[in-house]
Write a protein that binds this ligand. Structure first.
Ligand code: ATP
Ligand code: MG
Length: 411
């Protein structure tokens, strides 16, 4: 007989179950709680967009656009990409939905994103992000608010040992001047750069600064800092951000090598980094992207935002307690099944979580129910054709009283 081949899970995807599912849920609930405290509204946007949305906003030379996008032609011949991040899609929506009328607008979203990468611990091809953005706010207070939000999120998740690394990439004038200085420095040490960085030198020289190749590090580390090139405005902007963080009590350190992968960053760039996750140490990252909406053909609109990896956050939180029902029902006699079904419906209608054990050997059902970690154990059996109800609780709780009252009301 021919063996039927079992299907495989696609490499880099996940089936999220059990403890992992509880960890995910905790991260998402906490994010929803904190975003409300900061008065950010939730949006949901499409999982796929026209490829140009990402290609134009993230930059053709970025790792994501040049190597990592899931792009395909749909049946109508349109070029489609599964979102590799949220920012570009949110900016597209800002333009097409006319959200300018609400500016400044504070938004969050979350969900799956897709990148064709080599899967490893903390790195998947379909992973999940939390995302927070402020559009239409040019002042550094917006950067501060987003960073304080991120800091509170991490604290409420109980995640410690994370450092906020902060840098400025300046304004356009700063960036151009710094870029020229970097190119001069790297050109002078061309023979000591890795293959990849030689390509970066042509296309995106700033990316050499955050190269992970050990061969590049000495040249990257000795490259000129941006500080000497900051315009007065750019310097004042960065000072306002750091002053705001200090005022709000958020710890940070300067990392003058932090440039982030995407072309669209201006001024503030940041990463929350841990050494607990090996090479996948960045849990949350973002920055200011004032040119992005304009680049996509929309009105010139300042923007700032961040994204966090749900998988990486979920790995760092304490294990959430298992979900146990308030009430477990043992149906000790099949003739009591109808009564049990009425009872469990009544309990659930009244807000109790409840489950029922009504299969397998009737004599073993009580013991099975006793092993469930419920607050109240109810059993139904038959005596002289009458249903006999037994209610047990480890400690006499409020639940015990309420459950008893509800079950008494069942004739
Ligand atoms: P990395 O340097 O780890 O590739 P990145 O700079 O590409 O990260 P961002 O584009 O800033 O990441 O995405 C924001 C966050 O999403 C990251 O800080 C990380 O927590 C998470 N993340 C990014 N790529 C993956 C992935 N492939 N699998 C799981 N989480 C990811
Ligand atoms: Mg990446």
């Amino acid at each position: 007989m021919a063996r039927i081949e079992t299907p495989n899970r696609i490499r880099g995807t996940q089936d999220i179950f059990g403890e992992e599912q509880r960890r995910f849920a905790r991260v998402l609930e906490t994010f929803d709680h904190v975003r409300k405290l900061y008065c950010f509204q939730r949006v949901d946007i499409p999982v796929f967009e026209a490829t140009g949305v990402f290609a134009r906003s993230m930059g053709e030379t970025s790792d994501v656009v040049s190597k990592e996008m899931y792009t395909f032609e749909d049946k109508g011949g349109d070029l489609i990409t599964l979102r590799p991040e949220f920012t570009a899609g949110i900016c597209r929506a800002y333009i097409t939905e006319g959200w300018q009328q609400y500016a400044p607008i504070k938004l969050v979203t979350s969900g799956p994103v897709f990148r064709y990468e080599r899967p490893q611990k903390g790195r998947f091809r379909q992973f999940h992000q939390l995302d927070a953005e402020i559009l239409g706010a040019a002042d550094p207070a917006a950067d501060v608010e987003l960073l304080v939000l991120a800091d509170q999120l991490l604290r409420e998740l109980g995640i410690e040992d994370v450092t906020l690394q902060l840098n400025t990439l300046g304004d356009a004038e700063t960036r151009d001047a710094w870029r020229s200085a970097l190119v001069a420095h790297f050109e002078a040490h061309k023979d000591q750069l890795s293959e990849d960085s030689l390509v970066r030198l042509e296309k995106n020289p700033m990316r050499i600064l955050d190269s992970k190749d050990p061969k590049d590090r000495p040249i990257a580390d000795s490259a000129p800092d941006i500080d000497a090139y900051l315009t007065e405005e750019a310097a004042a902007f960065f000072k306002a951000v750091t002053d705001g963080l200090d005022a709000a009590g958020v710890q940070w350190t300067r990392n003058s090598r932090l440039v982030r992968g995407l072309d669209y960053y201006r001024h503030t760039a940041f990463e929350f980094v841990t050494d607990k996750l090996g090479a996948q140490g960045t849990v949350l990252a973002g920055g200011r992207y004032d040119g992005l909406v304009g680049n996509l053909g929309g009105p010139e609109t300042p923007g700032v935002g961040w994204a966090a990896g749900v998988e990486r956050l979920a790995m760092m939180i304490a294990e959430p307690a298992a979900e146990n029902p308030d009430v477990i029902i043992a149906v000790e006699d099949d003739r009591a099944l109808g009564h049990s079904q009425r009872a469990i419906r009544l309990l659930r209608d009244n807000g109790f979580s409840a489950d029922m054990i009504a299969t397998g050997s009737p004599r073993k059902r009580y013991d099975k129910a006793a092993k469930v970690n419920a607050k109240v154990l109810v059993s139904f059996r038959l005596q002289d054709d009458e249903v006999v109800t037994n209610i047990r609780s480890a400690t006499p709780t409020d639940e015990y009283v309420r459950v008893s009252q509800l079950l008494e009301s069942l004739a």
